[in-house]
Design a protein around this ligand. Structure first.
Ligand code: SAH
Length: 346
């Protein structure tokens, strides 16, 4: 089995080079080829001796993340990418062009086992975890294919990043390392459905990334209706884990709340949500649910969503309605991949 060389942090690569009898400084050169120049083959590494290049080629591999399909939104500047991995599995990534910069949304797993009822990514269950290099590969490919700078990375695509904890944390180190792409940790956001031990562990990693918590309900019962993960962790536990994260990192939490008509968008829901968030230093992101083919969930009208937002604002909460991006190109999480997997099964 060849080793996945892009998954080595800078320090790990230095050690590895020493272990295979090479000089430490080779790690700097190789790291630069992999993470700055984003080489896809060892033969491109022209400042390495030929012998080392073949040694690398024999023992290591650069896992492929290959473009299968690209869709451009005609409504806004959003592009969606479907990538194929070494084992023919596919993942999707999205590039969103905002005034304040470009954000890439990446997947952390092939499929997902969290089972959130309105989410397309979880319908086929979890297939496998992505390696750190496959998460990184999505960012590198988007940058290469568009020739545009990536300013922000959000781990909000298919998968639950804290269900793939070690690979996810390694990915953050690789992405933000000064020897590589060097994205600021403050420009990285990770979204979780609320795996409490994972949040607490992440709070101790001394990272400056933003934590986004998928709330979707303001009580234990409401959350349970939409998210099976709520059966595992009490609502109060989830909130205190977020408080710990804020305390230890100083990073304001983003709460995400998908508005589902008739399920969690009433005045009472707004009141309950305001009671929970009022005393917390946080940001609330409302996402009118993207209806998916397999489920019968509807989004509230524009007016209702705006009313919901106003109620929270009146309670002093910092709130935005997430602008819908790429609605004409399977905008909702996991829909492009889902369609691909479906079509190729038939
Ligand atoms: N597993 C992580 C990250 C993936 S999804 C998490 O649960 O946070 C990123 C966000 O999009 C989550 O808040 C998720 O609940 C939400 N989401 C998924 N499918 C959606 C849909 N069809 N409509 C609106 N939001 C959706």
């Amino acid at each position: 089995m060849k080793k996945d060389i892009c998954a080595y942090t800078y320090e790990q690569l230095q050690k590895e080079m020493e272990e295979i009898g090479e000089k430490r400084f080779r790690a700097k050169q190789i790291y630069d080829w992999l993470h700055v120049k984003q080489a896809e083959d060892f033969c491109m590494m022209s400042n390495l001796p030929k012998g080392l290049r073949s040694k690398l080629d024999e023992n290591y591999e650069i896992l492929p993340v290959t473009l299968l399909r690209k869709q451009e939104s005609r409504l806004d500047g959003t592009s969606k990418f479907l990538f194929q991995l070494y084992d023919q599995n596919v993942v999707e990534s999205v590039l969103m062009r905002y005034k304040h910069g470009n954000s890439v949304c990446i997947s952390s797993q092939v499929g997902c086992r969290m089972g959130c009822r309105f989410c397309a990514s979880t319908i086929g269950g979890l297939v496998r975890n992505l390696s750190p290099s496959e998460m990184l590969g999505q960012v590198y490919q988007v940058q290469k294919l568009t020739d545009e700078r990536v300013d922000n990375v959000v781990v909000m695509g298919t998968g639950e990043p804290l269900d793939n904890y070690d690979n996810f944390v390694r990915f953050v180190h690789l992405l933000t390392d000064e020897h590589g792409l060097h994205i600021s940790q403050r420009n990285v956001t990770v979204s979780t459905c609320g795996i409490v031990p994972g949040i607490l562990k992440l709070a101790g990693e001394q990272l400056q990334i933003t934590l986004a918590l998928s709330l979707h309900g303001a009580t234990q019962d409401k959350r349970k209706q939409l998210m099976p993960v709520a059966d595992r962790y009490e609502f109060g536990e989830v909130l205190s884990a977020c408080d710990v994260y804020f305390k230890r990192t100083g990073r304001r939490i983003t709460f995400e709340y998908s508005l589902v008509h008739g399920v969690n968008d009433t005045d009472e829901d707004a009141r309950e949500l305001a009671d929970i968030l009022r005393h917390r230093n946080c940001h609330l992101n409302l996402i009118p649910v993207n209806p998916i083919q397999e489920r019968d969930f509807k989004r509230p009208s524009r007016k209702n969503a705006q009313n919901f937002k106003n109620k929270l604002e009146k309670s002093g909460i910092n709130v935005t309605i997430r602008r819908e991006m790429g609605a004409d190109i399977d905008g909702a999480c996991g829909q492009l991949r889902r369609r691909y997997v479906q079509t190729n099964k038939e």
